[in-house]
Write a protein that binds this ligand. Structure first.
Ligand SMILES: [Ca+2]
Ligand SMILES: [Ca+2]
Length: 744
């Protein structure tokens, strides 16, 4: 057996790309370690173990076991394999965990399947923690790029506890495999929705529905009637059996409401959670309302559920807001899409489609669909407006009253906070659409932009070592495209050694390097000043997320040279939770703008950041499933409370493949906007929540300027932050707006 495996391995390396050998850790060498797998590090860390567990397995007899007693340890079992160029691969493993506890210092990756070097990048599954039985983790599709050697790592990183890995697979994507995978996603979708539906039927004590759902559960096992491709833009249901499931819920609700209306409508806070199905609330407020200043945006959300057995298409109109001085309304709907973790998230807000010149809304039976009134008060006359939303088809009409109140309150001329979203012009989602993006960024109060090294002129020197004039071509073009920038965060990407060497043959830190760095940096400052970009508009961002000792070293080397060249230039650092106090202290002498990750930076290190900042900013990395209310909107309340005057998040337009589809590329989608409308970048609720947060901050800031109001305001905000809900926020916001209106 052993001999045979060695022979196979030898042959494999010589020729064809292949799957990992010994994928289930069954074949062992004389020492008891798995053949083909490399143990890393070769000697296990203190109080740690990397070995083969003969008593635990997902299949066969054995599995790989990694165990740490210390949270600083990291170990892995790894194997290099060769992949073909220009293919798509999936990676899969089974893992089991016991008390996996990530390091409290943060930055821990916990347990994960980690792929090094695929398509020139490193990719990993989501971090696994805690105690759990065998579960499948998958990653893909990943493009192999130039192909060649990659390393598959079964990893336990900076965590205590035990993890087992078994049945590691690499699968080259064939059309048939991808089809089966898509169908698997659909079956999982069905299973999740079935669970929700059954809970609702149970709560409604509807025995007939429970029986119908049980029958559907049996049918999904055997049906082949699943689509090859799903158009996520249309929202659920995604296939006929899925539609049947929602239809059962339509009937449950119709029975409960005794057939009073064919379509139920209720208002809810626009940023509260919107399930895709469930029981229609019987006590929801009948009237929807919004309160606003004279130059902002607000929203009213009405959730609808079709209680009949057939789809309906309703023409939607707003009545009562005609005439000059009334706020304007854009009609949108919230579409549920997969969030990538098994849930459905109602994020994209496309405008209602027009048919025969009228906005329409399509309602399949049983699905919760939300109508979203995007209200603009720009140019509106203060006052109260009573309006009506009318939804109609040939058979019936439904009227939902709502009110808007515009107060004589304005946002400050200049926003009291710097905000950015790493909105790079070159993102594929923005191709040929920068004008729309610029308008959209402006409408969301973006006043700061982070520019990477490609836009910053790097130096060149003549034979005597004299600095030649810098080439500002790209910078100037970008400046024109960002003419609304109040701040520029200039990021020369010194985490890349070649940039730190100024793209010259220089030894970093040497006297020659110092001299040239200083000459270059002074020329940059002078060039910026010529363009009207003084010290109060530029923040230097030497390296991103200086958190590891290497990155901090690069950051400090560059920042110290900048400081010597020009002590007035503002220098930023944006570390996150893995950064130690010692590293923070190392950076402190050269940092003017601390911009820590928000949650961490407002914890116990808050006094350090506050006391050591000329400007105290923060940032967040917000994945697709980050809650709109809490992470996007409410974060600005936290900023205001802690005296933070800038906030950015990753990212406006970064996504893998389409932002409508979580499965098309194995890169998490971050973007808060969507394609699909030629006239605008379709906003997500998260993006709307971000704008609302900035508007909230601006009102809080204005009221906070009034000495007499400040203490009470802080108290209210503290209460909200201690138990945050969208409804609670609306109450505090109303007090703030009314107080501002009263103060004039
Ligand atoms: Ca607003
Ligand atoms: Ca995607």
């Amino acid at each position: 057996m052993v001999m045979m495996a060695l022979l196979v391995a030898g042959a494999a390396l010589a020729q064809e790309p292949m799957l990992p050998l010994n994928p289930g850790f069954e074949m062992l060498d004389p020492t008891g370690w798995a053949l083909e797998w490399e143990r890393w590090p070769t000697a296990p860390p203190e109080a740690g173990a990397v070995g083969i567990d003969p008593a635990v397995s997902h299949s066969g007899q054995r599995s790989l076991r990694l165990h740490h007693d210390k949270p600083t340890s990291y170990t892995r079992g790894q194997q290099a394999v060769v992949v073909k160029p220009n293919r798509r691969y999936y990676f899969r493993a089974w893992i089991r965990g016991e008390e996996i506890t990530p390091s409290a210092e943060g930055g821990s990756m916990g347990a994960r399947l980690y792929i090094e070097g695929i398509g020139g990048r490193d990719r990993a599954t989501e971090r696994e923690t805690g105690t759990f039985g065998w579960k499948e983790v998958t990653l893909g599709p990943l493009d192999s790029g130039a192909g060649g050697k990659i390393t598959i790592m079964c990893y336990l990183h900076q965590a205590t506890g035990t993890v087992w890995f078994d049945d590691v697979e690499v699968i080259e994507a064939t059309p048939d495999f991808e089809k089966r995978l898509r169908q698997q996603h659909l079956r999982r979708r069905f299973a999740r929705d079935l669970e929700t539906a059954a809970a609702a039927a149970e709560a409604a004590d509807d025995g007939a529905a429970l029986e119908q759902l049980a029958a559907l559960a049996a049918r999904i096992e055997t049906t082949d009637d699943l689509p090859d491709r799903v158009d996520y833009r249309r929202g659920p249901p995604y296939f006929p059996l899925h539609a049947d499931l929602f239809r059962v819920l339509a009937e449950v609700n119709a029975r409960r409401l005794e057939g009073a209306v064919p379509v139920a409508a209720w208002s809810q806070d626009p940023f509260s959670e919107l399930p895709v199905l469930g029981l229609v609330p019987q006590d929801a407020p009948g009237r929807a309302a919004a309160l606003m200043g004279t130059d902002e945006r607000e929203q009213v959300a009405i959730t609808l559920c079709n209680l009949t057995r057939e789809s309906v298409e309703l023409a939607v109109s707003v009545e009562g807001l005609e005439g000059p001085g009334a706020p304007g309304v854009t009609l949108r709907e919230a579409v549920h899409i997969e969030d990538g973790t098994g849930g459905l998230l109602a994020d994209p807000l496309p405008r209602l489609t027009l048919r025969e010149g009228r906005p329409r809304m399509h309602l399949p039976p049983g699905v919760f669909r939300q109508l979203w009134l995007d209200v603009s008060s720009r140019g509106a006359t203060p006052g109260k407006y009573r309006a009506e939303l009318v939804l109609a088809d040939e058979r019936f009409a439904l009227s939902v009253p709502f009110s808007l109140e515009v107060l004589p309150v304005r946002l400050p001329q200049e926003l009291p906070i710097a905000t950015w979203s790493y909105s790079y012009q070159h993102e594929p989602l923005l191709r040929d659409r920068w004008e729309q993006a610029r308008a959209d960024l402006l409408a969301h109060h973006t006043n700061a932009y982070c520019w990477p090294s490609g836009l910053i002129p790097f130096p060149s020197f003549d034979e005597e070592g004299k600095l030649l004039p810098l080439d500002w071509t790209k910078f100037d073009a970008a400046l024109q495209a960002h003419d609304n920038a109040r701040w520029l965060l200039l990021w020369p990407q010194f985490e890349w050694e070649t940039n730190l060497k100024l793209r010259q043959e220089l030894e970093v830190g040497s006297a020659l390097w110092q001299e040239r760095f200083i000459a270059w940096f002074r020329a940059l400052i002078a060039g910026l000043a010529e363009r009207g970009l003084g010290y109060d508009r530029i923040v230097w961002y030497p390296a991103d997320e200086p958190t590891t000792s290497t990155r901090v070293g690069q950051h400090v080397t560059a920042a110290a040279a900048m400081r010597r060249a020009d002590p007035q230039a503002l220098i930023l650092a944006n570390p996150y939770s893995a950064c130690t106090r010692a590293l923070l202290q190392q950076m402190a002498p050269v940092i003017d703008v601390w911009c820590p990750e928000l949650t961490w930076g407002t914890g116990e290190l808050l006094p350090f950041f506050r006391e050591n900042s000329k400007l105290f900013w923060s940032y967040q990395v917000l994945g697709f499933a980050a809650p709109a209310f809490e992470r996007y909107r409410l974060s600005f309340w936290r900023c205001w409370r802690e005296g933070i005057t800038g906030q950015g998040f990753w990212a406006y337009a970064d996504c893998g493949g389409s932002n409508w589809d979580r499965w098309d590329e194995a890169r998490r989608d971050y973007a808060v906007i969507y394609d699909g409308d030629a006239e605008e970048l379709i906003p997500g609720k998260r993006w709307e929540a971000w704008r609302e947060g900035i508007e909230d901050y601006s009102y809080l800031w204005q009221l906070g300027q009034q000495e007499a109001a400040r203490d009470e305001l802080q108290e209210r905000v503290d209460e909200l932050l201690a138990a945050p809900t969208p409804e609670g926020l609306a109450i505090v916001r109303e007090r703030v707006l009314r107080a501002l209106a009263e103060a004039g």
